[in-house]
Design a protein around this ligand. Structure first.
Ligand SMILES: C[S@@+](CC[C@H](N)C(=O)[O-])C[C@H]1O[C@@H](n2cnc3c(N)ncnc32)[C@H](O)[C@@H]1O
Length: 247
């Protein structure tokens, strides 16, 4: 029940925007899929994979295709994101066989004792530095020898201003969904992302216009690699700042 209480508070950054995240992430995952799949190669298939902050399950799909038959534990604290995740898993007979959806955050989720791989994609900025370092140690204790931890660093690498830009536009029926945003520093290590989610119709009229702000802990690839090395991982950087860390 702990998870239910947690996700029903407004601390869920995706409570309102979660409706739009899946469709607006499709293009990003077209590019991320290859590097994540490559980083998962060599994972021992007999052990489960944990996808931490699985969102709507686009990474779960990549993992399931990269390692067919492997068990996947998809950890997702947001009730809205989790609904999208469960819908993705529920409509696919094969995913339904191998994916378990867990309502929890990465720090406290009950994870299998031994893991064959772990994913933390597009989510690490939700963790403060101490929680992030603790997570690397938690995963280091569970990942088998040669089992990859796959994590990406997202810009900005430092707490700086990021001007407004559109990151995705997707047509669905008569509507076009657009995601845009800008960021401003709120402390040395944190930015506030001011996101805008718009729907326009085929006449260009605005149907919906939603603005959401959330905090994000910035971290550079170099700092992330150093933290992982401190936790005992050997790190290889791949395309799109996707890191593969192995013990
Ligand atoms: C930008 S979304 C990325 C989702 C998915 N990994 C993807 O790339 O499509 C970030 C996700 O991290 C989740 N999240 C936030 N805080 C978290 C935490 N402490 N532990 C695990 N996931 C968290 C959010 O609920 C959200 O679904």
């Amino acid at each position: 029940m702990k998870g239910d209480r947690m996700t029903e508070t407004t601390s869920d950054a995706y409570y309102r925007s979660g409706e739009f995240l899946d469709v607006l992430s499709l293009d990003a995952w077209e590019h991320l899929g290859g590097p994540v799949r490559a980083a998962l190669q060599g994972a021992p298939r007999e052990l489960p994979i944990a996808d931490l902050g699985a969102g709507s399950g686009l990474g779960v799909l990549v993992a399931a295709r990269a390692l067919p038959g492997a068990e996947i534990v998809a950890v997702e604290p947001s009730i809205v994101q989790r609904a999208a995740l469960l819908a993705r898993v529920g409509t696919d007979r094969e995913l339904r066989q191998c994916v378990t959806v867990v309502a929890a955050d990465a720090q406290t989720a009950e994870l299998p004792e031994r893991l064959g791989a772990a994913l933390a994609i597009n989510m690490i900025g939700h963790l403060a530095p101490d929680a992030r370092r603790a997570l690397w140690h938690r995963l280091a204790d569970r990942l088998a020898a040669g089992a990859p931890l796959v994590v990406n660093a997202q810009p900005p690498a430092e707490a700086v201003t990021v001007p407004e830009s559109e990151f995705a536009a997707v047509r669905v029926g008569r509507h076009t969904y657009r995601g845009s945003g800008s960021a401003e520093p709120v402390s040395d290590g944190e930015v506030a992302w001011h996101m805008r989610y718009q729907i326009t119709d085929d006449q260009g009229r605005t149907v919906r216009d939603l603005r959401v702000t959330y905090r994000w802990h910035v971290v550079s690839v170099a700092a992330l690699s150093d933290e992982l090395a401190e936790a005992g991982f050997t790190v290889t950087a791949g395309p799109l700042d996707v890191l593969r860390a192995v013990r």
